[in-house]
Write a protein that binds this ligand. Structure first.
Ligand code: ZN
Length: 230
């Protein structure tokens, strides 16, 4: 029996590394992205480009890489209030969380992915949630993810597994993991084509495109420097 996985693929660095991780382990890999009314469509635009380049650069993965799915989750936009969905300044909020926090986002993503997987015969999900140097988002915590997986397993009467290969590693180690999975070719693809910047800024740097100053760019850049220095 062949093994399959559905990767939560946003077009960012983390989810691209997760996709490579899944392609190295499973026989069939599908991807799912979410259009939740994010202010900057740069990530969504990057998704098909990354998939096409992965297919071209890694023939050993091309045959495993199946359908890409894009689902609308505009409920998150309708609720609004986040710097990712509305014209809100990126800063630390009074609740101790950055204004980029979108309440319930990862729980909704996992729920929608599991439902899609139900229809497509895939019970294994892979996501880039990370507890190590995250921005304090409570829905990135391992406990949140695994308890959600348990709830989804009960709610869909099947054993749903969620793998989070980045959960316990920092950004430098994420770059290193890309190197191990796909060598310089994969690292270059991530630098050139993945989008992490909260502002969707296209300015090029050695670590990739971005404004260079938002928390997401800072994390990516400092991780890249540490990885290069190692
Ligand atoms: Zn940025």
């Amino acid at each position: 029996m062949s093994s399959s996985a559905l990767v939560l693929f946003s077009g960012g660095q983390d989810s691209t590394v997760c996709l490579a991780w899944a392609l190295a382990r499973f026989d069939r890999v599908e991807t799912v992205g979410f259009d939740y009314g994010q202010r900057h469509a740069a990530e969504l635009k990057a998704r098909p480009v990354i998939l096409e380049k992965l297919r071209a650069a890694f023939p050993q993965w091309a045959g495993k890489l199946g359908a890409d799915n894009l689902l609308p989750l505009d409920t998150l936009k309708a609720i609004g209030g986040s710097a990712l969905t509305d014209a809100v300044k990126i800063e630390m909020g009074e609740n101790g969380l950055p204004t980029t926090f979108v309440p319930g986002r990862n729980v909704m993503f996992l729920t929608a992915a599991a439902a899609l997987g139900y229809r497509r015969g895939i019970a294994t999900l892979v996501g880039g949630m990370c507890e190590t140097d995250f921005s304090g988002y409570p829905d990135c915590r391992n406990e949140t993810v695994q308890v959600t997986a348990r709830a989804l397993s009960l709610g869909m009467a099947r054993d749903i597994k969620v793998h989070t290969p980045l959960m316990w590693i920092d950004k430098a180690a994420t770059w290193q993991l890309a190197q191990e999975l796909g060598g310089a070719k994969l690292v270059d693809l991530i630098v050139t084509d993945t989008v992490t910047c909260y502002e969707g800024n296209p300015t090029p740097h050695d670590w990739g495109h971005g404004c260079g100053t938002c928390p997401s760019c800072e994390l990516r850049a400092s991780g890249y420097r540490k990885y290069r220095a190692a």
